[in-house]
Design a protein around this ligand. Structure first.
Ligand SMILES: [Zn+2]
Length: 106
């Protein structure tokens, strides 16, 4: 019995960790050139705890989840500390400047 594999359910999120063989770089130093790391299928990631490599189709989905998560974190950082309420509206409105001109000269 494998749990979480049933059809019609949300895709299971598999926790990943950096591949210990290539240190998450997806490639290993060959003698003359870099080679795709076979321990992680060239992804740089293995299953957390077991160190198993995911099959390519599953790997793509899990990497997508991971990338989406990372992107959300980046977006959060770029927005800075969240300001809400009337103060946020005031600041945003103020920044646009009178007349909405975009004068970039000096
Ligand atoms: Zn690897």
């Amino acid at each position: 019995m494998q749990k979480g594999q049933g059809l019609g359910f949300k895709r299971q999120r598999i926790e990943l960790e950096a591949c210990p063989t290539c240190k998450g770089k997806a490639v290993v130093e060959g003698v003359f050139y870099e080679q795709i790391c076979t321990a992680c299928n060239g992804s740089g990631w293995v299953v957390l705890g077991s160190g198993l490599v995911l099959p390519s189709d599953e790997l793509v989905t899990q990497l997508s989840f991971k990338l989406q998560q990372a992107q959300r974190e980046i977006d959060g950082l770029q927005q800075g500390p969240s300001i809400s309420g009337p103060a946020a509206y005031y600041q945003q409105n103020n920044r646009r400047g009178a007349g909405g001109t975009n004068y970039t000269g000096d």
